[in-house]
Design a protein around this ligand. Structure first.
Ligand code: ZN
Length: 91
């Protein structure tokens, strides 16, 4: 995307920049570790649908906040759910 020439910052915009944004607190543990679930259930549609985009793609580990073990478990669960037509391959 072509970059448009920036306006010279006036005093009012400079003041706006100084405002600090509230940081989103990152949780230390992944959601499945917190619930102490060993394996992600492929029948648990509300949980699975929280971890996919509107297009039906899976969220990355960085985006979902899952640990490696549960991300792998989630991956196979969503593939199982897709095969059983519980989740969409794409939407
Ligand atoms: Zn975990």
């Amino acid at each position: 995307m072509p970059r448009i020439m920036k306006k010279k910052p006036s005093k009012s915009t400079m003041l706006k920049k100084k405002k600090k944004r509230a940081r989103i607190h990152e949780q230390a543990k992944c959601r499945f570790c917190r619930d102490k679930t060993r394996e992600v259930d492929y029948k648990d549609i509300p949980v699975l649908s929280k971890l996919i985009t509107s297009q039906g793609k899976m969220f990355s580990r960085n985006r979902s906040g899952n640990c490696a073990f549960h991300q792998r478990s989630f991956k196979s669960a969503i593939k199982r759910a897709r095969f059983l037509a519980l989740m969409p391959y794409m939407a």
